[in-house]
Design a protein around this ligand. Structure first.
Ligand code: COI
Length: 355
């Protein structure tokens, strides 16, 4: 992450902080924002006028292209507080790289490193005291960019706005989730935007997820768009399967997000001597494993939830319960990750960055 200050950032101060109005014991994911936000505009072919100002509404023309063609991408990253009250970012470089990969796929100009990192550092300097105490709690960081040129011709926008918001959070999902394997709907297609954090990827999940909820499920396990045989992601997360003592996750592709939590789990599991297979896994293999009881666990992995254990899954008319394990890989991996994120365990991978 960038250390030196080369970016002239205008700072407009708040009159008074709203932090005392926040119930930090009962935070629901992403509903509370800190005192400040950062924005920077892309105009006349360059990023300019970075500004930090009080969090609040912004004015956008209804003709802005983001509303018509969905040219918008985002990232999700987190800062954690340790017991000495220091605040740490987790693998911010990965989010920066993916932010710009997503931008390129959506024909959005890349955000320069100094705008992303010096902007984030300046914002955290003002608001890092909002990062909640407590194991598992964090300050969720939401960088995003959208096309805001006015005009509805179907072409890339010439103007963009990059912003960063901060939101103190507790856990994203509460408890174990029931998932339904997708038979018809798809999250992503070959050659599409599934590997990007395009805003539309998430909006397009809502309708099939609502249908699954009507059947009593919390999330969908997305399958490939051609055969619906390959298990790819779970809800907004990457997905892991434990068959006997082997952890299996699908390889990244056009259709699968290169998740930071996903790759951290693979590294941690390998470090701990667990068998990890990054390979395609089919619905048939999963159902056979559930039937012969070799399927021990399924869990989702993403920045927001960190790890989200699955209690059972549905496929067509069948439902398969998963055992509740005392020493689950999900619990073990979550603890290993959170210990590093909260600076309670040695960061042998050099993943954390002190704010
Ligand atoms: C993540 O967990 O990485 C996400 O992107 C979740 C977000 C859509 C809330």
């Amino acid at each position: 992450m960038q250390q030196q200050n080369t970016l002239p950032i205008e700072i407009k101060r708040i009159e008074s902080s709203k932090i005392n109005q926040v119930d930090f014991e009962n935070l629901t994911f992403g509903n509370v924002f800190t005192d400040y936000m950062l924005s920077c505009d892309y105009v006349d072919g360059k990023w300019q006028n970075p500004v930090i100002e009080p969090y609040g509404t912004i004015t956008i023309s209804p003709g802005a292209r983001v509303f018509h063609y969905g040219q918008a991408i985002f990232e999700g990253m987190k800062a954690y507080r340790d017991e000495q009250d220091d605040v740490w970012l987790f693998r911010p470089e990965e989010n920066f790289i993916r932010f710009n990969k997503s931008s390129v796929r959506l024909a959005i100009p890349e955000v320069p490193r100094e705008v992303f990192f010096e902007g984030l550092q300046a914002l955290l300097n003002l608001d890092k005291h909002w990062c909640p105490k407590g194991y598992g709690n964090s300050l969720y960081i939401r960088p995003f960019v959208f096309g805001n040129q006015v005009g509805v011709s179907a072409a890339p926008s010439s103007n963009y706005k990059f912003m960063i918001l901060l939101s103190p959070v507790n856990a994203y999902y509460k408890g174990d989730v029931k998932v339904l394997i997708a038979e018809n709907y798809s999250r992503a297609a070959n050659g599409g935007v599934g590997a990007a954090k395009a805003a539309g990827n998430y909006g397009a999940q809502f309708y099939p997820t609502n249908l699954a909820k009507e059947k009593g499920f919390d999330q969908i396990i997305w399958t490939d768009d051609c055969s619906h045989q390959y298990l790819e992601e779970a809800g907004t997360m990457n997905v892991f399967f434990r068959i006997n003592d082997t952890l299996i996750t699908a390889p990244t592709s056009d259709r699968i997000l290169d998740g930071v939590t996903r790759k951290s789990i693979i590294d941690l599991a390998q470090r701990d001597g667990l068998a990890v297979e990054v390979r395609k896994i089919t619905v048939t293999e999963l159902i056979d494993a559930a039937k012969n009881k070799s399927l021990k666990e399924i869990f989702g992995a993403g920045t927001a939830a960190v790890i989200s254990p699955v209690s059972g899954f549905g496929f067509k008319e069948d439902y398969f319960d998963l055992p509740s394990l005392e020493d689950s890989f999900a619990k073990r991996m979550k603890k290993s990750l959170l210990d590093i994120q909260h600076n309670k365990a040695e960061d042998t991978f050099n993943w954390t960055y002190k704010v």
